[in-house]
Design a protein around this ligand. Structure first.
Ligand code: SAH
Length: 367
């Protein structure tokens, strides 16, 4: 499968023979690199593209010395796809995969982009409508996933307390409603789902009950009054949320289907759907470097640096981020990012009075 776990083997093939076998050393500047070359005369090789992009390496007695230049423009960080093709930059990849270029609105670009999205949805249309299906056979990670999402949202609510009134969330790329049922309905009075694949959304609607309440999941945190309300069958690149409706817009394991342009446009547009003080959470697989394209379902796994660069372009503020813990080692790392319209400063806890101020505040006799 693709969205969660794709191409671990490719990463191993490309990285391990060179980068995992010896001690690694990074040089931050060209001066450091020059000094290393001078003190280790030998057979240096430089690689651009792929996960080894922008690396310069020297193998001396089994020790790999790795140079990664911090001055390299993020745009230049390359990646690879599931067929083993390497790309020297994101720009090259998006042009090849989805006909997307900075000014690209010609007919060829549009057709390629439609093809990219069509392939993504077609892939999921052939997948069984179940938790195991949307998790690529790793249904067993559901509980760990939900536990860390719970902890993350509670920390965020602590930092950015929601306003009074009923809490409302949007579950993006909702699949069969796994996130809504097991997590969002425990915190929010109303949840809307947006998902482009009909049979997933039908399953979600059936599971969450005709009145939207998750069947069999009512408990003290998830009372019957908490309901899934709207089920939108639309891909994110075409979706605009109702203005000011949501406390939280949760985007999990689906943003890899969006091109960079549509990623940025979605977050910019969807901000209008947030209540004042509301926020986004993006929970996604993370590539070690650059990106990995999965040709079978038209998705891209981006690196942490890649995400941060896109966040800057959305104008949103990265308020908090955490790694998911406890997933099997052969899966991509997963990270949660909370994005706010503007930085939220936590109100400082009341400061403990110092000894001096304590004395000053003691009752004193007036002479
Ligand atoms: N978020 C859910 C489902 C993850 S599987 C969960 O964690 O359980 C990935 C989901 O992304 C699938 O439901 C798939 O149909 C959806 N998807 C594919 N292309 C999409 C697009 N362009 N916009 C939104 N969702 C998309």
């Amino acid at each position: 499968m693709t969205v969660l776990f794709s191409q671990t083997s490719i990463i191993k093939t490309h990285l391990c023979p060179n980068l995992c076998s010896g001690a690694l050393q990074s040089f931050e500047t060209q001066q450091e690199e020059g000094a290393a070359r001078a003190s280790y005369p030998g057979n240096w090789s430089s690689t651009r593209g792929g996960l080894c992009c922008s690396t310069l390496k020297l193998v001396v007695g089994g020790v790999v010395v790795k140079y990664s230049s911090s001055s390299v423009d993020m745009e230049e960080e390359g990646g690879l796809d599931s067929d083993g093709r390497t790309y020297s930059s994101r720009k090259e990849m998006w042009e090849a995969e989805a006909g997307e270029d900075p000014n690209g609105s010609d007919a060829k670009s549009i057709a390629k982009k439609l093809e990219w999205y069509h392939k993504g949805v077609s892939y999921w249309e052939s997948v069984e409508a179940s938790v195991d299906g949307v998790l690529g056979g790793y249904g067993s990670v559901n509980a760990r996933d939900v536990a860390d999402s719970n902890a993350f949202i509670l920390e965020m609510f602590n930092e950015c307390p929601p306003g009074a009134g009923d809490l409302v969330a949007l579950d993006c790329g909702a699949g069969v409603g796994r996130v809504t049922k097991n997590f969002l309905l425990h915190h929010f009075h109303e949840v809307d789902l947006v998902e482009p694949v009909h049979h997933f959304l039908d399953k979600a609607q059936a599971d969450l009950g005709s009145n939207g309440t998750a069947r069999g999941s009512a408990n003290s945190n998830n009372p019957k009054t908490h309901r899934a309300v709207n089920f939108y069958c639309t891909p994110l690149q075409d979706f605009s949320p109702e203005a000011g409706r949501y406390d939280v817009i949760w985007v999990q394991w689906c943003i890899g289907h969006l091109t960079d342009h549509d990623f940025i446009a979605f977050f910019k547009r969807a901000q209008a759907g947030l209540k004042p003080g509301g926020f986004f959470v993006l929970k996604e697989n993370i590539a070690k470097n650059g990106f990995v394209v999965d040709k079978s379902d038209s998705s891209v796994t981006r690196s942490d640096a890649y995400f941060r660069d896109l966040f800057k372009q959305t104008g949103l503020h990265l308020q908090k981020t955490k790694l998911q813990k406890g997933f099997p080692k052969d899966l991509f790392a997963v990270r949660m990012y909370a994005l706010t319209s503007e930085p939220r400063i936590m109100s400082a806890p009341p400061s403990q009075p110092t000894r001096a101020s304590r004395r000053r505040n003691q009752p004193r006799k007036i002479h």
